[in-house]
Design a protein around this ligand. Sequence first.
Ligand SMILES: C[S@@+](CC[C@H](N)C(=O)[O-])C[C@H]1O[C@@H](n2cnc3c(N)ncnc32)[C@H](O)[C@@H]1O
Length: 254
Amino acid sequence: MCWLRSISRSPALVALLIQVFSFVPILLLNIVFSELKLSMFGWAMLQGVVAASLSFRLNMATWWIVIHLLFMPIVTVTLAFSLPPFWFFIGFLFLLLIYGKVYQTQVPLYLSSQEVTKALTSLLPNQRDFSFIDLGCGCGGLLKNLSQVQSNGSYYGIEAAPLPYLVSKLRNIVFAPSIQIKWGDFWKDDLAHYDVVYAYLSPAPMELLWQKACQEMQPGSMFISNSFIIPGVLPEKRLELENGSGSTLYMWRI
Ligand SMILES: C[S@@+](CC[C@H](N)C(=O)[O-])C[C@H]1O[C@@H](n2cnc3c(N)ncnc32)[C@H](O)[C@@H]1O
């Protein structure tokens, strides 16, 4: 059942399979009750309901259920506008540039707030120099803010999505030349070089990332996660952010 496990680790593939499996019963219904004469939109609505029920049965997150419910109806409505395929390609390209391989990483782009900078400075060393990396540094705002308020740090960022990387690189060149930003995959980076590793990702990579941190980071160094816990590992510190978002910073010492 190895293939089943690898499919379940790819939400995009699961989503595709759910839509395909939802198509079959509606097709059969249409064949058996040919007098039904479903319109294209009616078909799409029915398929949405079946797909949403399937994802509910599979205990998928609520937002997946909503996506499955609306996916086919939205596709049908969009097709009704008869837009030239070129615009879909442009839209796809734009999303790819902003989000990169989100279907693989399961980490979309959203940015740390100013409150995070404040909370982080209360965790960072004041008396000695330290190195800090933001894994998936997005548009580089957090690194720029931190470097301005905590100058005893050397700051590094790594980002995989092209457009956020470009923004952070430009920001870095213009406003904070001491920060080192690189384009790449943090799974291939060696975390041994950093005293503090910061991650604002999603629940998906946390368990594996913790294993990587424990294997590579030096004893005594800090691993900080914004919002997402490491399953089964109690943090040494928790800092609730005071911006009304309900977010928390979690800190583990290696
Ligand atoms: C939630 S955003 C956080 C942005 C930034 N760290 C901040 O706090 O403002 C997560 C970022 O991680 C990037 N990312 C996800 N997986 C990655 C990987 N394996 N290597 C590099 N960047 C990655 C995504 O492209 C996204 O821009």
